[in-house]
Design a protein around this ligand. Sequence first.
Ligand code: HEM
Length: 558
Amino acid sequence: IPYNHASARSLLGDIPGFMLAAWRTREPITWLLSQARATGSPISQIFLAPFGGRPFVTITDFRETQDILVRRGKEFDRSSVLTDTLGVALPHHHIVRKTDAVWRSQRRLLQDLMLPKFLHGIAAPNIYASVDQLVQLWGSKTEIASGRPFSPERDIYYAALDAVLEFGFGRNFTHRATQPQLDAMLKLGPEEVQKLRGEEAGSADTPVEFVNAPLHETIVAILDSGDIVEALQSSPFPRLGLWFQKTFTNFNKTWNTKNQFLEDEIRKAVDRMEKQDGEASDESWVMSAVDHIVHRERGFAEKEGRKADYWTPVIRDEVFGFVIAGHETVSTTMLWGLKLLGDNQDAQSTLRMALQSAHSAAMAEKRNPSAMEIAHTNIPYLDAAIEEILRCGPTVPGAMRECMVDTVILGHRIPKGTQVFLFNQGASFREPTLAVDEKDRSPSCQASAKERGVREWDPENMDAFRPERWLVQADGSSGERDGLVFDSAAGPTMPFSLGLRACWGRRLAYLEMRIMVTMLVWNFELLPCPPELSDYAAVDAMTHKPQRAFVRLQPVKH
Ligand code: HEM
């Protein structure tokens, strides 16, 4: 398997290169991809364990990756690297487990939360109400900024947190992150507005720096706990990191406040359930994910003839887990989306026209489309734009798996225990596919190509932001806009990974993005920002997020 010869001769292998990239560019995963690219092969080795430890294997080939994730689950399972990193903060969450009976039972606890009945009926109206606040906040900021750019980072981060709080705890937990920002903005007097505009008022390209309003202590503890998880997950020594946090920071206070919040919300859900006094099958009282989880725990306990236990480490970590997994990921994707739409004015105008024509009643009545209209109206160009944002804004640049048996990838023998990083960037995703002899592909990969064909992008424009690539004629041929349908399998992509262990929250993420993209593009024109604010440099932490994100907004006249 090709590798960097200089690294193989060094006792520390690729570790110095990786650390240097982390320090210099803040993008060690992009550096990993560049190492894979340098070998010119779709399979490479990378030496990230010191003193001759077993190398990692990287794959940059959509077909083989899809095969490993979808059809070879017995050979490849959740990587122990994730268990050793994320597992330090979330030891009982199903994300860090191998695909075993415990994983299945924990997933049963969450079952049905991603069904349209829950997402559209219960989550969507609340998420919409939160996004509406973001629109109002940006309305005020746009007026104050008068054409100057500002950073959307905190606002999007808070809006994504609010959305996941709406999903998780519903309206029974009243604190949010965006509302205090809006309240503070609406209270600003003329002098404060002038101060915000500052001496730079004359310079159209200088960003306006808005101040964040203070948040409720529970919201602060949730955000700080997320930062702790991120720091531990990205640390080379997570257990030592946890010891450091516990010894030298106010970790204990933050973590306890977060746990107390979760316990209170679960207890309140149990109280509501017990007040219903109805049949176990009656779910009409369920208004949030925690309601749903306690309802299912009661059902399981009844079936298994045991006493229901609602405050367990599993329930605690599962509930906190979806706050963490759902918050940072959606927020990062939206930041990439704002950049991509600002830099691709034609695509943005096409998207706005598609929204205006599909929501014609809202246009005629000069109002925003409602939550239900957004959730239920079929708009192929909107689906295409969201899919293209996910493809070009690599929030999670790949998936990691561990070989559970001695196996073979692309004709190379790989021993049990090897960690395999499967990129969703680079060759075959946004760069031309690298040559592979068909006979080196696994039997299941070859069979699938014969049965279903092979997904490929036109090599000419793989790197470009082009929502049109996701639109095809209803008969399957590709073409230009009119009468086209959205095809989620138009070409290679896997922002949520694939197979049994792919993202559990995918449908919630799509719903949130659908609401946010619609409401923002409906209300604001995202104008291009100056080049120095428009680069695509990223930082690799829990997600691969932009180092700099800015918007320059102009209200859309309806
Ligand atoms: C744009 C937003 C999101 C992206 C790009 C994303 C991406 C991913 C990826 C790549 C994985 C790893 C899958 C693998 O290893 O094969 C994953 C796992 C997971 N995600 Fe997401 N995710 C997003 C939003 C969410 C949301 C909103 C939630 C929940 C509220 C969520 C919950 C999870 C969970 C629980 C897992 C672990 C599944 C398992 O191990 O069985 N994600 N996600």
